[in-house]
Design a protein around this ligand. Structure first.
Ligand code: UDP
Length: 238
């Protein structure tokens, strides 16, 4: 049995796009803005964050250019750690205590991933930032978000998206008739072949009874609102 939590606990997934502001590398102003939004919600909610790395490297893309897939995936994972450090810095500037835990050990910059310690940090009001994905090639950080959420007993997974504010009946960039869905089940999402979130992540959440909220980063204060549990984006349930 899991111990009783006094506060809401969320697992926030921030993709690499959020860090690069759409470009390669880290855009400090963008990260500062996100950090401030997280800081605004932290006194009331326990927050763990899984960080993506697509603003640096995606293993699948590098392997298309001829690199060995596993090595390329490790490059992708290392990219996520740079994003973690940037986020850590701006969160601390915003007055939030943080710890970075990496799935690939690198003691100088991050703690090792130790789930029980991560929970303890959150109980003390620290934000825990998970880097290096699962430490395993062929995984995505979306899948890791689902896995970490379960392991640290988060109440919900919050998938922050850039350029789209929820799940639509079709790709809104391609189909003008696409309609936003406020709620759907994992079965429906899988049946409709919804690609906004990773299918492996959805399957894991479905099998383990975990709710996911897909929301857009762009709206004013959206990250704060999502962490606080306000109604926005699309709720996906088992
Ligand atoms: N990656 C991996 N294993 C993991 C997580 C990530 O191999 O557990 C690699 C993979 O190459 C991926 C890259 O790291 O393309 C960056 O992660 P992701 O694409 O999930 O980042 P996002 O799309 O969220 O920016």
């Amino acid at each position: 049995a899991q111990p009783k939590k006094s506060r809401r606990r969320v697992l926030l997934k921030l993709s690499g796009e959020v860090f690069g502001g759409g470009k390669l590398g880290v855009d400090p102003d963008t990260v500062r803005g996100v950090a401030k939004q997280i800081a605004a919600a932290v006194p009331d909610v326990e927050v763990a964050i899984v960080v993506g790395g697509g603003n640096f490297f995606r293993g699948a893309e590098l392997s298309q250019s001829g690199m060995d897939r596993s090595r390329a995936d490790y490059m992708g994972m290392l990219g996520t750690v740079m994003n973690c450090l940037a986020l850590q810095d701006f969160l601390e500037q915003a007055g939030v205590e943080t710890r970075v835990q990496s799935a690939i050990t690198m003691g100088q910059v991050a703690e090792a991933y130790i789930p029980r310690r991560a929970i303890r940090h959150m109980e003390k009001g620290r934000v825990v930032i998970f880097g290096a994905g699962a430490g395993l090639p062929y995984f995505s950080t979306d899948t890791v978000a689902a896995q970490r959420a379960m392991e640290v007993h988060a109440d919900v997974v919050l998938m922050a998206k850039s350029g789209v504010d929820g799940v639509y009946t079709a790709d809104p960039k391609l189909d003008p008739n696409a309609e936003k869905l406020h709620h759907l089940s994992y079965d429906e999402a899988l049946r409709r072949d919804i690609r906004v979130m990773d299918q492996t992540a959805m399957t894991m959440c479905k099998d383990n009874n975990l709710t996911m909220v897909v929301f857009g980063m762009e709206g004013e204060g959206n990250v704060t609102r999502a962490i606080r549990g306000e109604d926005l984006g699309t709720v996906v349930t088992p």
